[in-house]
Design a protein around this ligand. Structure first.
Ligand code: C2E
Ligand code: CA
Ligand code: CA
Ligand code: CA
Length: 275
């Protein structure tokens, strides 16, 4: 520690200790949650801009007994490999929920599940999904796997064969957080995705300008590649109208609904939003 007196050193030391403790603590919390049924899923509606009805729900992970958000605990789960068991738990719970809603007579909505590139290590994940949908008699096209661009930084052949495997089994694939990171439109031409999810940040950047050409072009480009588009993080009507006018397919955001627990999702399942 250079140029620093005692106080600086102490400050630095305690800050580091804090970070280390937190990660260790979070790891312990995750392990405990896996063993004690300590996770739950929330479901955020994705609203179809044509029908104003719910097209699908994104499953979002929460800890039941801790106020630690996924942005904090998912990275720890990824670094420790615990994401593999978490990923399986999420898939199982989401597919069970889908079947439960269907069996209650509510109908069928797409269920979107987040997939971390660290789960590529789980060589039997697609087979596991296959077992789940067979057990619950769910059509694979009702299950959408959300990947992020980071997966394209992993071993190329491994990633491509995973994505192709999902596709061959009939599952849908969505490219999440589009417009963040080092986004290249080029991917869209060679990875087998069905849908693009425009990140909140790109929506904020291009929907609050008077000039919508960038957003309109993105939507047209995706459609010309036969991809559907969901805009995420939509909070206001101005954004809504611009997306609607541009021909966007689905909107996910607080404007329509926050992520809901399963009981609240049930209540809103066949709601038609007033626009
Ligand atoms: P994401 O996949 O991009 O999920 C969207 C996030 O945006 C969610 O945060 C959601 O609650 C939030 N959101 C939705 N609408 C709005 C809005 O209108 N305004 C604002 N400000 N936020 C909105 P959440 O649930 O905290 O999840 C954060 C991230 O954690 C997710 O980002 C995803 O990357 C990751 N994650 C969540 N659940 C899972 C999971 O089961 N597995 C994996 N691997 N990652 C997960
Ligand atoms: Ca997502
Ligand atoms: Ca996203
Ligand atoms: Ca995100």
């Amino acid at each position: 520690v250079k140029h620093s007196g005692k106080n600086n050193y102490i400050f630095y030391y305690s800050e580091m200790k804090d970070i280390i403790n937190t990660r260790i603590e979070i790891e312990a919390i995750i392990r405990e949650a896996l063993e004690t049924d300590g996770f739950k899923l929330l479901y955020q509606p994705q609203v179809d801009l044509c029908s104003a009805q719910i097209h699908g729900f994104e499953a979002l992970l929460r800890l039941k007994d801790h106020n630690i958000q996924p942005d904090q605990f998912i990275p720890v789960a990824e670094d420790t490999g615990l994401i593999i068991n978490i990923g399986r738990w999420v898939a199982k719970s989401a597919i069970e929920q889908f079947a439960k809603w269907r069996d209650m007579g509510l109908g069928e909505k797409i269920i979107a599940i987040n997939y971390s590139s660290k789960q590529l290590k789980d060589k039997n994940f697609i087979a596991y999904l296959g077992q789940l949908i067979t057990t619950h008699a769910v059509k694979p096209e009702m299950i959408e796997i959300e990947i992020t661009e980071s997966i394209l930084l992993e071993n190329d052949t491994e990633t491509m064969s995973f994505l192709q495997g999902l596709k061959d089994a009939g599952f849908k694939i969505a490219l999440d957080d589009f417009g963040t990171g080092y986004s290249s439109l080029n991917y869209l031409t060679y990875i087998p995705v069905d849908k693009v999810k425009l990140d909140k940040s790109i929506n904020e950047k291009f929907l609050n300008l008077k000039n919508n050409q960038v957003m309109d072009s993105l939507i047209s480009l995706a459609h010309s590649l036969k991809l559907e588009i969901t805009a995420e993080g939509i909070e206001d009507w101005n954004q809504y109208w611009q997306l609607k006018r541009g021909g966007c397919d689905y909107i996910q955001g607080y404007l329509f609904s926050k992520p809901l627990d399963s009981a609240a999702a049930e209540n809103i399942f066949n709601h038609i939003f007033e626009i």
